[in-house]
Design a protein around this ligand. Structure first.
Ligand code: F0G
Length: 363
């Protein structure tokens, strides 16, 4: 048993997913001395998408990361980063965030008895994520600047003051996040042909590629997928091959102009024979609505960038057919409900009367 609980309740013999460190311990840099700080993250559903498979002419699977404890894929990396920070005796952790990293860092930090400090771009994070940082008792600074400025500030503070940096520049974050690729291969029996995901600070594409490569080197998978990443058009530094000073997009989670893992993302793209391209806000919102309305999966707008990219490539006749495609949808729709409500018709008001209700329903 680690320092932070995770007692095993043995009553009926029921088995609970143990969290990514316990499930993949032999593939992660932890030892018997590492106190494991976990909220039983990972083990997320890989869902076959009937409608999207038909639409795109491929076998499409959705890796739904919104079901993690704090509602995004960040928890996979945070269990590692916070466990290692605890091993080092850290009392406080800091991160810059567009919202999800801060929600995750705060939850795992308080679980470990540490103080979370989060730096967020002023006015540019979704309300659900801000609520999470507040609920998990973090000290929040709204920085007059964008995410990239917040990350610079977080790095400076971590260099000069006693706070551990838990952004994805912390290599333990990437280690934890690579378990997403392990789960895909474990569930499908091999790597897919294409793995598609949104790109912001570029940690996740780096992590998935690392995970796929490790499994392939150990012959657990027979092949490697092409990595397909999509940025928002107004925040697409990798596509444009230049830093964007004032990144803009409604997909605030990926509103990033100077990704920390830029070089690693290029490496993943090139050595996998994949692509990194951009999608407009309009394309992102259309995909965001489609996956909720047709597949029953509610994601935040940024998470729909991958699907938006596939639809764009299909329309341009640049999408192969008959392939196995996995799309990681990175965060839960409940974090940022504004875009679901925007422009939606108000529900009709009816009396407690079956006839009137039936009429309103057109039955
Ligand atoms: N999707 C969501 C929902 C995110 O929150 C992020 C990044 C990404 C995709 C992009 O992943 O940065 O690894 O390329 N969010 C960070 C944050 C920046 O602060 O929460 P990436």
């Amino acid at each position: 048993m680690g320092l932070f609980g995770n007692k095993t309740a043995k009553s009926s013999g029921a088995h609970q997913w143990r969290g990514v460190i316990e499930e993949y311990r032999d593939r992660l840099p932890v030892s018997a001395k590492t106190p494991i700080v976990s909220l039983r993250e990972g083990g997320t559903p890989l869902i076959y998408a009937c409608y999207l498979s038909e639409l795109l002419g491929n076998d499409v699977w959705i890796k739904f990361e919104g079901t993690n404890p704090t509602g995004s894929f960040k928890d996979r990396g945070m269990t590692m980063a916070i466990s290692k920070a605890a091993e080092d005796g850290a009392k406080a952790v800091i991160c810059a965030s567009t919202g999800n990293t801060s929600a995750s860092a705060a939850a795992y930090a308080v679980k470990a008895g540490m103080r979370p400090v989060v730096l967020i771009p002023n006015g540019k994070i979704a309300m659900g994520k801000l609520a999470q940082a507040i609920a998990h008792d973090s000290t929040i600074l709204q920085v007059n600047g964008n995410f990239d400025d917040c990350l610079t500030l977080a790095r400076d503070l971590a260099t000069d003051y006693p706070v551990a940096l838990v952004n994805s520049v912390n290599p333990y974050r990437i280690e934890g996040q690579k378990t997403g690729a392990f789960e895909v291969v474990d569930l499908l029996g091999d790597a897919p042909d294409l793995h598609v995901l949104p790109v912001g600070n570029a940690g996740n594409i780096t992590a998935y590629w690392k995970g796929y490569r490790e499994y392939n080197q150990d012959r657990i998978s027979s092949k490697l997928p092409q990595m397909w990443g999509f940025q928002a058009a107004g925040s697409a530094p990798i596509v444009k091959n230049k830093t964007i000073t004032n990144p803009e997009t409604i997909a605030t989670a990926i509103r990033i102009g100077n990704p920390a893992s830029w070089a690693q993302a290029i490496e993943a793209r090139d050595s996998s024979g994949g692509v990194i391209d951009s999608v407009t806000d309009r394309e992102i919102l259309a995909a965001y609505r489609l996956i909720a309305a047709k597949e029953g999966i509610f994601v935040e707008p940024s998470s729909a960038a991958g699907l938006a990219g596939l639809i764009k490539y299909k329309k341009a006749k640049k999408l192969p057919t008959g392939k196995k495609i996995v799309i990681t949808v990175t965060g839960h729709g409940l974090k940022d409900v504004q875009w679901a409500l925007e422009g939606a018709a108000k529900p009709k008001i009816v009396p407690v009367n079956a006839k009137a209700a039936a009429k309103a329903l057109g039955l």
